[in-house]
Design a binder for this molecule. Structure first.
Ligand code: ADP
Length: 483
């Protein structure tokens, strides 16, 4: 059958609390649909307040033991978890396509990317080192000892349902923290499948709990609880700001990976092939539903026409369809409001003078044709809001200074991209762009070994790399006197 898994028990309809699989109180559930067919493919539990509180208590109860566990034991469990994820990579990819809609080849890439965090932090667990600081006075030894911060909450979005969770859970567990995870209601199944494999890997009960249900209720309990010491959130700036406000009374640590509005700057001296490839990947990967998607493409006057012609040919060649069809490049969007937003951005840009170079035909259900617009007005809606769909708008610019000014004209700053063959332009513009990450001659920048995160209203903190581990540790300073 469509989306059938070789291990059907990876699909769960129960919450994972304190190492037990529990039906929601009263049997409440959330329907999960297949974005391509619109059919219900699973049910996730909608937990009660008591159950959400039980998840927090179980993480609290499990914390002291997990924090004390030898780092190499924590690392070994993460390593087994990584191996189990890789053993089941095809099933997990099918599950992602089933609940999210993305093409299978992209779902497979997500599993590899997501597993990369577990692998990286399995090794990193054994490298949580302290420091000694030479004392400015005699007879003292000054020590720094990293300690896990406690119970952490992870709230994750639907666009990368597996990787957004491993990116938070792996460093948290490696550091010795315990976790309550709340995946998005549209795509809860991947998170529960990860929990099945974590349990098989030998993760003790309560170390990782997964609950789904009313986001406001669960988010409210997680932020209000003084036991929860940190919230790690990936999602909209609006909800991120709410969580930050709700976390203020209990002074929680926060990692927020919020909206982006990434610019791509293509300079006259760019290599044409590289520029087209960069634009294609940066815009259309995940059907445009990525927080680092190039939302605004600026091409310098001298390359503008050549770039548009070559880019249009590639956009025309993108295959729209069922994620389970191996030929598909672009799958359905997550839901109808997602399609409506892309169409609104398209219509507004065309009213403002933009011309259609490719796509723009009628949408079919949640299938939105990959579309390319030229001569987009610099203040078009699609340059100000995240489009989150397969719509590329190209805007001409004159000088490098103009390009940088346009790129920075946004309250967001997650990713940015630039294409140029001139080292001086690359160095200058790379520095001048206000963003947490810069892709230079590439639209593919994410991997577990680098710190991912934004500046300005795109968020706080970094995920991935050894820097991502520090987000789950406190540095205790011990001052040993009288020596
Ligand atoms: P998106 O546009 O990606 O759906 P959201 O910020 O709405 O972005 O959702 C990201 C995650 O935040 C999801 O898991 C969602 O269920 C959750 N969420 C939504 N509203 C709240 C809230 N009030 N409190 C806590 N989490 C929330």
């Amino acid at each position: 059958a469509r989306g059938a898994l070789s291990r059907a028990d990876l699909i769960r309809d129960k919450a994972y609390i304190d190492g037990k699989w529990l039906e929601a109180d009263g049997g409440a559930s959330i329907d999960v649909d297949d974005p391509f067919t619109g059919e219900i493919i699973g049910r996730a539990p909608s937990v009660s307040e008591d159950q959400a509180k039980a998840a927090i208590s179980s993480a609290e109860k499990a914390f002291p033991g997990w924090a004390k566990e030898l780092t190499r034991h924590r690392g070994a469990i993460l390593r087994r978890w990584f191996e189990l994820v890789m053993d089941h990579q095809e099933d997990l990819a099918r599950l992602i396509t089933l609940e999210n809609g993305k093409p299978l080849k992209e779902a497979r890439a997500e599993v590899a990317y997501g597993a990369g965090f577990i692998e990286f932090y399995a090794d990193e667990a054994g490298r949580i080192f302290g420091e000694t600081i030479p004392s400015p006075v005699e007879g003292r030894r000054l020590l720094l000892e990293p300690e896990p911060i406690g119970v952490c909450a992870a709230i994750t979005p639907w666009n990368f349902p597996l990787a957004m969770l491993t990116r938070k859970a792996a460093p948290a567990l490696a550091a010795g923290c315990t976790m309550v995870a709340k995946p998005a209601s549209q795509t809860p199944l991947s998170a529960y499948a990860l929990a099945v494999l974590a349990e098989e890997a030998g993760l003790p009960p309560g170390v990782l709990n997964v609950v789904t249900g009313k986001a406001g209720m669960i988010g409210g309990l997680l932020t209000a609880s003084s036991a929860v010491r940190k919230i790690s959130f990936t999602g909209s700036t609006e909800i991120g700001a709410k969580l930050m406000e709700a976390s203020a009374p209990s002074i929680k640590r926060l990692s927020l990976e919020l909206g982006g509005n990434a610019p791509l700057l293509i300079f006259d001296d760019a290599d044409l092939e590289t520029a087209v490839e960069t634009a294609l990947v940066a815009k259309f990967r995940n059907s445009g539903q990525s927080c680092i998607a190039a939302n605004r493409i600026y091409a310098q006057k001298g390359i503008y026409e050549k770039f548009l012609a070559a880019f249009a040919a590639r956009v025309d060649g993108l295959v729209l369809g069922d994620g389970f069809d191996e030929k598909s490049d672009i799958g359905p969007l997550i839901d109808e409001p997602g399609v409506a937003k892309v169409r609104e951005h398209l219509d507004e840009a065309v009213e403002g003078g933009a011309k259609v170079l490719a796509g723009a035909g009628a949408s079919d259900g949640r299938l939105m044709p990959p579309t390319l617009l030229r001569d987009v007005a610099p203040d078009a809606l699609l340059t100000r809001e995240e489009t989150f769909g397969p719509l590329a708008g190209v805007i001409p610019f004159e000088t490098a200074e103009d390009g940088v000014r346009l790129a920075n004209d946004t309250p967001f700053g997650l990713a940015a991209y630039l294409c140029s063959e001139d080292p001086a332009t690359i160095a200058r513009v790379g520095r001048a762009i206000e963003s947490g990450m810069v892709g230079i001659n590439t639209g593919l920048i994410s991997t577990a070994v680098v710190p991912f995160g934004g500046v300005k209203m795109s968020g706080l903190g970094r995920e991935g790399s050894s820097h991502g581990l520090m987000e789950y540790l406190n540095l205790k300073y011990l001052c040993h006197a009288g020596l």
